[in-house]
Design a protein around this ligand. Structure first.
Ligand SMILES: N[C@@H](CCC(=O)N[C@@H](CS)C(=O)NCC(=O)O)C(=O)O
Ligand SMILES: [Fe+2]
Length: 355
């Protein structure tokens, strides 16, 4: 099984990628709208086919990336029927299975944090994605979205604490940066639900949390009830000045062939040293030399309204150059994938250099 835990810092949300190694079929659980590009890049770089995005519940603190990933990657959307959302491709019920290749997750209804919460148990019962039903040494609040402390107590004891003690629990959030726990650990040490804590004490605890509502709640809940479809879909278009690819490392790239066909419509910035620029590999016709060390100082020489492609020997220094130019306020910047080495390997035209 391929398993990745991904993090969204602003909302402290964990997104999980699970995939079957042989068929490469994958699912993503609890995506975040703003991280869709990152998640899509990882799916592509690992050579996976994203079948489903799943939700553990209708989130109150961030907007799901489900709709956007369906638009971009053709994945389908599944969540609990009890969540009450519109626009899903499949509505899940307790006991359902979601298959990806030879693997699957099992759906368990765990109302409490919200009335539509579910957890996803991995087929071998070695791990469960608990959403906000159980957090590390905590649990989801129960004061909105038809939450109920009584129901949450029952859900945790019946659906999660009944799993093998060694079963790993992966939460939907952690506000301290902790990543994983286990059934055993939470039974012993969860201060709200562990040990012999009776239901009445838990309910008293939950009714006195005194938390402020999540900052994004008024935006997130209505958007998540549409599976993350924006009201104005046009506002989320990707940069369209070139067929850009976005890497998991967070860099936009263009392919050499595209650059050769568009030499005149972009500013080409070569960030190598001048000895390299004038050396054996040569340089892309029309490229300007701005070594990486002086790029920030000299960025004012570049036009803001024309796209920039950065170039170096292998594509590494020029990737960093895109970051520096982004910080300097340039919005249309991409790295030449593979640098001069790939450019030469594809026998594209150069200025200077030797054969
Ligand atoms: N400060 C956060 C609060 C997030 C929040 O309330 N999270 C919910 C999950 S959606 C929760 O149950 N938190 C439990 C806790 O903070 O103990 C925000 O504004 O987003
Ligand atoms: Fe939540």
């Amino acid at each position: 099984m391929i398993f990745r835990q991904l993090y969204d810092p602003p909302s402290s949300t964990y997104t999980y990628l699970l995939a079957d190694e042989s068929s490469r079929q994958a699912i993503l659980v609890d995506t975040v709208f703003e991280q869709s590009r990152r998640d899509g890049a990882l799916v592509e770089e690992l050579g996976l086919k994203l079948l489903w995005t799943l939700e553990t519940h209708v989130h109150a603190d961030h907007v799901t990336g489900a709709w956007l990933l369906r638009e971009r990657l053709g994945s389908r959307i599944a969540l609990s029927a009890a969540a009450g959302a519109e626009g899903a491709d499949r509505l899940l019920a307790h006991g359902d299975r979601v298959d990806f290749g030879k693997r699957h997750v099992e759906v368990r209804a765990t109302p409490g944090h919200t009335s539509g919460c579910v957890v996803y148990v991995v087929d071998d019962h070695n791990a469960v994605l608990t959403g906000d039903t159980l957090l590390i040494r905590g649990c989801g609040r129960t004061d909105f979205q038809q939450g109920s402390a009584e129901m949450l107590y029952r859900s945790v004891h019946e659906q999660i604490f009944s799993l093998p003690e060694s079963c790993l629990l992966y939460p939907g959030h952690d506000y301290r940066g902790l990543t994983v726990t286990s059934v055993d650990e939470e039974k012993l040490f969860n201060p709200r639900l562990g040990g012999q804590i009776p239901r009445e004490d838990f309910v008293g605890y939950m009714n006195n949390l005194g938390l402020q509502h999540p900052k994004q709640m008024d935006i997130a809940v209505p958007a998540n009830l549409r599976c993350g479809r924006p009201e104005q879909a046009a506002s989320i278009t990707a940069p369209d000045w070139a067929p850009l690819t976005y890497t998991f490392a967070g860099i936009f790239e263009v392919q050499p062939q595209w650059l050769e066909e568009h030499l005149r419509s972009v500013q080409i910035v070569d960030v190598r040293e001048s000895s390299e620029f004038n050396g054996a590999l040569g340089h892309v016709p029309g490229a300007m030399l701005m070594p990486l060390g002086s790029l920030t100082q000299r960025a004012g020489e570049l036009a803001k309204d024309r796209p920039i492609v950065t170039v170096c020997r292998s594509g590494a220094r020029s990737a960093q150059a895109t970051v520096l130019l982004g910080k300097a306020g340039f919005t249309q910047v991409a790295n030449l994938s593979g640098g001069m080495l790939r450019w030469r390997a594809q026998r594209l035209g150069v200025e200077g250099g030797s054969d």
